[in-house]
Design a binder for this molecule. Structure first.
Ligand code: ADP
Ligand code: MG
Length: 594
């Protein structure tokens, strides 16, 4: 490793400023980052009281000589970058030269290091930022940093620390992320005499992910992969069997992050794919270093992508693919030829939502539908081999919808079409649900919410605990055009509803959302994100046209055009397939024509 230098001011000013150390987990993160940057092949972490009274990290990395050990404690002293240009091509986890001095300033701190054990090591002890002693000390090559009594001299910050179990969990999460990023490195985590993690060097990320799971009853790991515009994503997923939120480990170029965009994309794909509770997912994103800015957050947990859209869809697709595999289902996009006909259609509804009442839909009922806008989207690419004409030479008629030529409605429930691959069957309820889901998501993202005032209001009886949670979801409800107020301790009065939602369906929707709001805990903004998704899915399911509902051809075409314009025309928000295709090849084979 090159020598440590103090960075020039011009470069210091380019570095995201702010608190590096928020809690014991951030100390663990910074120290373990340093160990990995020092080329360690093992990192041992020991905590006491969740890290509040002790964090000790030892490694067998390159170590520091006496001079460097002292210099490392200066602000903005780093061996990792020297110029602004280096910032754009980081190979290391650290780069700011701030972690050690920031930690030493708010703890009783000791650094023990040896670069060349023959020359002996050094021990530096610091208290509240003041160097107390520098003395020779023996140790094999490597470094140990010991941090005691975090925030002992800043009571205001100490007050914000959580209970030891909570801090421990956070620290564990940090190590799990790093361990996934570096399967070649051995990691241990000990806490109060117990060994919580013991990871030997593993062959690859997939093996490491299994090792990380095994303590919690090893589950089968499936993979999903996607590449979109220079962004490639690999996902490892182990389906859960219990309840609770999915757990996510997110890496960007082998750097653990807790990025909103990635969390959003993964959570969305999980809910749309109807992930079971407690599903564990690792998302590994690779992008060119110049396409991602890791210098936007002082604790290095958030990043900024040059092409956020590509990242979002690559993550969502890879998670969706892994999930489909774990459900033992093939992605609907690949079933067009060679699958059992009727299989998708026969699949029972797996929606976790209790359906709302059957009510007419204002948009798709009756004629008067505006014609599809010119060039209104076309469905995403099908695999090339599907784009072949059948051997018999039978050709499809000219397409008049994005999915092919419309043949009509079957049993008032499915739309039938033909395209150059075969017969296409679209589930009208799920298709409409998908359309509404996207519209509601966009509405939640900002556009003004149309609302339908209810003259007398609708009274909904609810459990008092749910009524008490109303203020938490009120802003969210407003954004979809739903207005409700507490009316006594166990009644809510609804005064306006979104146009898609019938007044009779509002009670179920409210109860469901409030139940979720009271069950979730965690960072407020993540809760808001989850609730948004829940609300969109719940509302779209309730408001979508049902099966056994006649649609005239104009309404059928409009629905198909809208479906084609959604983010994923092949999958409903709960993961149900929307489109089934019976390939011409398959049809001819079954009819003995080939
Ligand atoms: P940064 O990691 O951003 O460079 P730090 O304050 O975390 O800043 O560390 C300062 C410097 O101290 C590093 O650049 C590195 O040279 C040295 N250092 C820190 N920890 C270790 C370690 N475990 N092994 C070897 N060198 C280390
Ligand atoms: Mg560092």
């Amino acid at each position: 490793m090159p020598r440590i230098r103090v960075l020039p001011d011009a470069l210091i000013n380019r570095i995201a400023a702010g608190e590096v150390v928020e809690r014991p987990a951030s100390v663990v993160r910074e120290l373990a980052d340093n160990s990995l940057d020092a080329g360690a092949s093992r990192v041992d972490v020991e905590l006491a009281a969740g890290g509040r009274t002790l964090v000790r990290v030892s490694d067998d990395g390159c170590g520091m000589d006496d001079d460097d050990a002292l210099l490392a404690l200066e602000r903005h002293a780093t061996s990792k970058i020297g110029s602004v240009d280096d910032l754009a091509h980081l190979q290391t986890l650290g780069f700011r030269g701030e972690a050690l001095p920031s930690i030493a300033a708010v703890s009783r701190f000791a650094l023990l290091s040896a670069a060349d054990p023959k020359q002996g090591g050094v021990r530096v002890s610091v208290e509240g930022g003041r160097v107390l002693t520098v003395e020779p000390a023996a140790r094999p090559r490597g470094t140990t940093v010991e941090v005691r009594d975090l925030f002992f001299n800043t009571p205001a910050r100490r007050k914000f620390l959580h209970a030891p179990e909570t801090e421990l969990k956070a620290a564990q999460e940090v190590l799990r992320g790093l361990a996934l990023a570096r399967p070649d490195v051995a990691f241990t985590l000990r806490h109060g005499g117990r060994t919580l993690l013991e990871l030997v060097s593993a062959a690859d990320a997939s093996a490491r992910f299994s090792d990380l799971l095994s303590k919690r009853g090893g589950a089968q790991v499936v993979r999903g992969e996607a590449a979109v515009g220079g962004v490639s994503v690999m996902v490892l997923l182990a389906a859960g069997s219990g309840s609770g939120r999915p757990s996510l480990l997110l890496l960007v170029n082998r750097r653990p992050v807790r990025d909103r965009l990635l969390v959003g994309a993964a959570m969305r794909a999980l809910r749309e794919g109807a992930a079971t509770g407690g599903t564990r997912v690792a998302v590994m994103v690779e992008v060119a270093p110049e396409e991602v800015d890791v210098n936007v957050h002082p604790a290095k947990t958030e990043v900024r992508f040059a092409r956020a859209g590509a990242v979002f869809s690559a993550v969502a697709r890879a998670v969706g693919e892994a999930l489909a595999r774990s459900h033992g289902r093939v992605d609907v996009r690949r079933i067009e030829v060679g699958s059992e006909p009727g299989e998708r259609v026969a699949e029972p509804a797996r929606s976790p939502y209790r359906g709302g009442g059957l009510f007419p839909h204002p948009v798709y009922d009756g004629g008067g539908w505006p014609p599809a806008p010119p060039g209104a989207g076309s469905p995403p690419d099908l695999p090339a081999q599907a784009r072949q004409t059948a051997r018999s030479g039978a050709r499809a008629g000219r397409p008049d919808t994005p999915f092919g030529r419309l043949l009509g409605q079957y049993r008032n429930s499915f739309l039938l079409l033909e395209d150059d691959v075969g017969l296409v069957i679209v589930d009208q309820h799920v298709a409409h649900e998908r359309v509404l889901y996207d519209q509601i998501r966009h509405r939640l993202a900002g556009a003004a919410a149309p609302a339908q005032r209810l003259l007398d209001g609708v009274l909904v009886d609810l459990d008092p605990a749910l009524v008490a949670a109303l203020p938490r979801v009120e802003p969210l409800l407003h954004r979809v055009g739903l207005e409700a107020e507490a009316f006594g301790h166990d009644v809510v009065r609804v005064t306006a509803v979104p146009p898609e939602l019938g007044a009779d369906a509002v009670g179920g929707l409210l109860a469901e959302l409030l139940e979720r709001a009271t069950a979730l805990d965690g960072v407020p903004e993540r809760i808001a994100e989850t609730l948004e998704e829940e609300l969109a899915a719940s509302l779209s399911c309730r408001a979508a046209i049902k099966v056994n509902h006649a649609l005239d051809p104009a309404a059928q075409r409009a629905l198909l055009a809208d479906l084609a314009a959604t983010d994923d025309p092949y999958r409903c928000p709960h993961g149900r397939p929307i489109v089934l295709r019976l390939g011409q090849d398959e049809m001819e084979r079954r009819l003995g024509r080939r």
